[in-house]
Design a protein around this ligand. Sequence first.
Ligand code: KG4
Ligand code: ZN
Length: 354
Amino acid sequence: MSTGVDVGDGPLVLGIESSCDETGVGIVRGNRLLANEVASSVEQHVRFGGVVPEVASRAHLEALIPTLRRACEAADVDLAEVDAIAVTAGPGLMGALVVGLAAAKALAVALDKPLYGVNHLVGHVAVDLLEHGPLPADCAALLVSGGHTSLLRVGDITGDITELGATIDDAAGEAYDKVARLLGLSYPGGPVIDRLAAEGDPTAIRFPRGLTAGKDLVKHRFDYSFSGLKTSVSRWVETRRLEGKDVPVADVAASFQEAVADVLTAKALDACEYLGADTILLGGGVAANSRLRGLLEERATAAGVTLRRPRPGLCTDNGAMIAVLGAAVVTAGRAPSSLEIGADSGMPVTTVVA
Ligand code: KG4
Ligand code: ZN
């Protein structure tokens, strides 16, 4: 038995994440982070320009036990000490989810601990608990990941979430990845475009802001659309190439990024006003984006809204976000999941625990 962990301050929870290409194992004590180990298979997907599900599943299988061992060592925790096991039950890639879920069930049975199959997307929002503590009631949340983009009302992170709106086509991260591909940049596109944009002029090209005017805005006040933006970037680049001119990649990246950040933040603050919320949470892989972070901060401050955003390293997929959501759910006294639960690749954001 180790002695390195406090016994107070909430439940000791192990969190396992395997919904996409990151195998994550996190350990938390309440809202305190003790370990966050991530093994990524991203290198194996680069040449395909996107995640290959079978490759991701096999990589999870190989990485899970070593990542679990590393997390226990980093936290100085014996598995027998853990109070509960939390695991991503969905949404995500079916085969990838199944690996983490099978491991979590095996641990729950072997250690005789409760199992909590939790929602990956809610984990992205909950991760901020590790940085800034408990949430006030009724926050707004902007969730921006590779597969999802939504505006949420978070009454209670452990069980009261409403979706105000979502993307009607591509997710923000998906748009980054697709635009990166058409600019000949590597996968995943978000971090590359973010870096390149710093050298470009965000006002060089005025790309469209989807669903922000006229009837579209009335019908889709809290929805997003990024597919028209992606097409517009593609046409602009193509025209340039046909004219035999160089493509100013940094300017295109900066102008594209400006369009994404502008529309994401404008609607997020409109949601705060609509909800009467004085706090907005930012979560998901795209929440690591420097311009989105900066512009949301600027606009939130101007509107008198407090922005809570996790540090960039906690924005992309990891096990700590699953562990801290698990700890919140345990603390709230929610019932554990059945050992019979299956992975739910389409789990809605309003379902916190399966
Ligand atoms: O949340 P996440 O790690 O995985 C999903 O749940 O989908 O998000 C991954 C997405 C990818 O599309 C990636 O390009 C994007 O997050 N991303 C970024 C940045 N870092 C990661 N997008 C913009 N700027 C970044 N710095
Ligand atoms: Zn994610």
